[in-house]
Write a protein that binds this ligand. Structure first.
Ligand code: G3I
Ligand code: 9MR
Length: 585
């Protein structure tokens, strides 16, 4: 009797299994199934979110190679709705760990984009997120050997850059021309800005400083790959070399930016030939420069000790200039009232420099441990603030925590407060992520959706990864991964926001290097800015809700541009996850 029922059960299940897989294989992709379109590491949490007003009950995982059902689960209704009021269902398949290529199928509803479960699932993405910087290089040809189908002529030799009247000094009068080659293009535009270059280099050097072993092996296939310096540091050198040329050797002050007067048209770099200028020295640029050079000093010292001394000297000189000129803010409109030509490119006009002082002081202190810098740090407000180009305090604090062992003279109580503030913030993001509709810290607060919101998600991820490094608490790594899932498709628009990675990805980013070559797919590995309800570009958006305010149009610089600071934060997130690849409870 028992054997008979067992047989009936087995035959029954096989039959249903077969019918189900046939049924599922013929389903169409339903964009309402939101998941990480690249996929999942075998041992990590694997969750998809389905937006549906009618109940979603059973779901299946289909192996796309064999067309067989390999997992079956039951979905759970989320307590939280999206910002536009959509009901969400959680599909958890964490228990399924076999490597392969799959789709999620929901009977009578549809199937998901294909995704992988694989130990190496983010390897290509990790490399591409850094290779993106190579594609942004100014002043050099990119040959096919390194750039593939995106090979291109170099642009902007920047060997005849003029001193703008705002930048004129005795030894460098208005109109004088100087060379200021190399560097990365800031974003979709071709200009080079010290403030944004600063946070970008700082983020990448911190990524390296956290995981040197991982980077010792990572090959980015760039012209310098064969030398003895890790590729990530070679790539950063391209911008450091340029940054050095932005310092006036006469006094140590650093020009705020190197730009044309107006943004160039959407043309290839070698055709963007309008006059470029060194524009006004500023305290913000000079402090960010000091921070970066001080950090570069200790990081490059083992590889190129002579260059390292150059960085240190530059950092000290910059610090001295900033101390003598503590309030030279960059105010573009005021500047344009006094000087011609008017400059209307990116302002990066931060008007509060307390955080820049702290970042520079922290990096200087770690590198040379002079008490002058501690004087600034000991007065600092230690409250947590998420980094962005205008808020760099915690770049310095992360560095202090990371280098704690080499600075034992810092009072223990001070250091504990710093660490506790980091952990308290990580706890609060972790908790918020568990309640948030897409199960990621990102978006738990609608104010997360600003210009460059995907960098907010990435920087939240960095905070969680720093907290994980400090505490070893695996939940933080898990939460950081939640934001990676968000960026790669488990979100309110269903876009994987990284060009070339995923099935629904930006095809028309605001990126002159890409738009000027419409015959080619967009340059890969770039994370676009993401949802931004302010919609400053006045393009056509499909929705006004904060989490859905994204449009894949090249006019949309406020939601669909790329930028090096965002790329750096994203590269940190994905490569740190790779470097930490470990089991999660
Ligand atoms: O901080 C406020 C926030 O409190 C408020 O809730 C929110 C509402 O919109 O606005 C926030 O400020 C915004 C800020 O970005 C956030 O970082 C400003 O409105 C917004 O105008 C500002 O945009 C900046 C944009 O340039 C315009 O200046 C972006 O941060 C900055 O990333 C972007 O950078 C540009 C460069 O200028 C030129 N190159 C391209 C690059 C990327 O788009
Ligand atoms: O292309 C520019 C982009 O890099 C900036 O982020 C953005 C905001 O400063 O400005 C873009 O340039 C636009 C300009 O501001 C207004 N006219 C159209 C320009 C190109 O679309």
């Amino acid at each position: 009797m028992y054997i008979k029922s067992l047989l009936i059960f087995i035959i029954g299940s096989l039959w249903t299994g077969c019918a189900v897989s046939q049924n599922l294989a013929s389903l169409e992709v339903n964009e309402s199934i939101r998941l990480n379109q690249i996929g999942y590491l075998p041992e990590q949490h694997k969750v998809a979110i389905v937006l549906s007003e009618s109940p979603v009950t059973r779901f299946f995982i289909l192996d796309t190679t064999s067309d067989k059902v390999v997992f079956e689960g039951v979905s759970v209704k989320n307590q939280t709705k999206t910002l536009s009021g959509k009901t969400a269902w959680k599909l958890d398949f964490t228990a399924f760990t076999a490597e392969g290529k799959y789709e999620i199928g929901i009977p009578d509803f549809g199937k998901s984009h294909p995704f992988k479960i694989d130990d190496q699932v983010y390897s290509e993405l990790g490399k591409a997120s850094l290779k993106a910087f190579y594609f942004q290089r100014a002043s050099v040809d990119l040959p096919e050997e390194y750039a593939g189908i995106w090979a291109r002529k170099g642009g902007h030799p920047d060997n005849l850059v003029k001193i703008h009247p705002s930048a004129a000094s005795q030894s460098r009068p208005e109109g004088m021309t100087l060379s200021s080659a190399k560097g990365w293009y800031d974003a979709g535009d071709y200009n080079k800005y010290i403030v944004n270059g600063g946070i970008t280099v700082g983020t990448l050097l911190s990524l390296y400083e956290n995981y040197p072993k991982y980077f010792a092996e990572l090959n980015l296939t760039i012209p310098e790959s064969q030398n003895s310096i890790p590729d990530i540091l070679d790539e950063v050198l391209w911008n450091l070399d340029w940054m050095l040329t932005m310092q006036d050797p006469a006094d140590g002050g650093v020009y705020h930016k190197l730009t044309t007067a107006k943004f160039e048209g959407m043309v290839e770099p070698h055709l963007a030939v309008n006059q470029r200028y060194f524009v006004q020295k500023s305290t913000a640029a000079t402090l960010d420069f000091a921070a970066v050079m001080a950090q570069a000093y200790r990081i490059y010292k083992p590889f190129t000790p002579e260059n390292a001394e150059v960085y240190l000297k530059a950092a000290k000189k910059a610090w001295k200039w900033a101390s003598e000129n503590p309030e030279l803010y960059y105010r573009q409109n005021e500047m344009n009232e006094t000087f011609d030509p008017d400059v209307v490119t990116g302002a990066y006009g931060d008007q509060n420099l307390s955080d820049e002082w702290i970042w520079a002081a922290a990096e200087m202190y770690i590198s040379i441990q002079d008490l002058e810098y501690w004087e600034i740090l000991k007065e600092a407000d230690l409250k947590y603030q998420l980094p962005s180009w205008s808020q760099v305090k915690w770049l310095g604090f992360y560095s202090l925590i990371r280098n704690e062992k080499s600075i034992p003279q810092i009072p223990e109580a001070w250091m504990s407060t710093l660490k506790n503030n980091l952990i308290a913030m990580a706890d609060s993001y972790d908790l918020a992520g568990q309640k948030q509709v897409f199960l990621a810290p990102m978006g738990a607060d609608p104010k997360d959706f600003i210009w460059g919101s995907n960098a907010v998600a990435s920087n939240q991820g960095i905070l969680l990864l720093e907290a994980f490094k400090l505490s070893g608490k695996a939940e933080y790594l898990q939460s950081a991964k939640g934001n990676l899932d968000y960026i790669l498709g488990r979100n309110a628009t269903g876009f994987s926001y990284v060009t070339g990675f995923g099935n629904k990805t930006p095809m028309y980013p605001h990126h002159r290097l890409a738009t000027s070559r419409p015959d080619l797919p967009p340059l890969p590995g770039f994370m676009v800015g993401g949802p931004n309800p302010s919609q400053q570009d006045k393009c056509d958006y499909p929705s006004d809700f904060p989490d859905e305010s994204y449009t894949d149009l090249s006019c949309s610089y406020a939601s669909n541009e790329i930028a090096i600071n965002w790329s750096a934060a994203f590269a940190f997130l994905v490569n740190a996850i790779l470097a930490n690849q470990t089991k999660i409870p």
